[in-house]
Design a protein around this ligand. Sequence first.
Ligand SMILES: Nc1ncnc2c1ncn2[C@@H]1O[C@H](COP(=O)(O)OP(=O)(O)OP(=O)(O)O)[C@@H](O)[C@H]1O
Length: 321
Amino acid sequence: MSVVIARNLTKKYGDFTAVDHINFEIEKGEIYGFLGPNGAGKTTTIKMLTGLTPITEGDAEIAGISINKNPREAKKKIGWISSEVIVDDELSAWENIEIQAKLLGVKDWKDRALDLLNYFGIKEFKDRKAGKFSTGMRKKLEVTMALLHSPEVIFMDEPTIGLDVNTRASLWNLIREVNRDYSVTILLTTHYMEEADALSNRISIINKGKIIATGTPDELKEKYGGDVIELEIKKDEIPIDKLDQIGKTIKKDGKITIRVSNAESVLLDVINTVGSNNIKSLKINKSSLDTVFLNLTGGSLEDNQEFNAKRFYAMLRRATR
Ligand SMILES: Nc1ncnc2c1ncn2[C@@H]1O[C@H](COP(=O)(O)OP(=O)(O)OP(=O)(O)O)[C@@H](O)[C@H]1O
């Protein structure tokens, strides 16, 4: 059974198409990764799915309920965790939960809240101000608040952004445990390849508003993986057709990427074809989800990042907390 279905979901801001006729289905119990660089359209997709921004074209269903036709009912099936602050530092954990319960219209929330706090090991801190929580505890509080109304699906928008490596690892475990123990479907957006790889049963790669590939991490690596040789050259005229015989070659912004099954075994061929004097830099990327993105777009995730004020302030907030 599909818990989330997007059909030709589209968002336009004036003439600019931020999300362009995307289609995907998330099965019950899946952790589904939405992977793409900043500005790819991940947050806009989640905002449409949560009814926070109007859908320009297409529709989506949450647990069988159309967002266009019945947004209020659809919203009840969703829990949402975003990088924007949803926890009030000045209030205790319990007060934060109480406000969330009122916002969501959950009547008998106290037992559920105590169960969740107990499950996450933060029950004894329920009367402590959220501002005094560590980042890990705060994440647990956010997840408690998102699970309070027993949603069918939780949307996590860049859940580990700005977290240190250890906190990120423990949040990954927490996401897996919540998915398993509360049978909740999870859609998470990320621009971290390793995060999508480690957590997701299936992944859609989104770039410039379009889904460019969908599959399990293994399927994507199998289909679009392979090593990638990245070259920067000094002179512009190089025999692309000859490189293409070695491996699929893309030339973009002065950079050349060549997709091969084993980089080391063709390296000499590549160097001879381009001419060693003509090489400014050469890099080998062994097969991974990173190379999947590289192979699909001809650019790395980092190259594709646009400045994102929301992300910047989220990181700043965490750093100064
Ligand atoms: N309110 C808006 N008005 C105009 N353009 C917008 C608006 N919101 C987003 N955009 C643009 O739509 C595109 C998609 O943005 P979106 O925030 O969905 O990307 P994203 O993949 O979620 O990236 P991030 O994770 O950095 O938020 C970007 O080019 C962004 O600048």
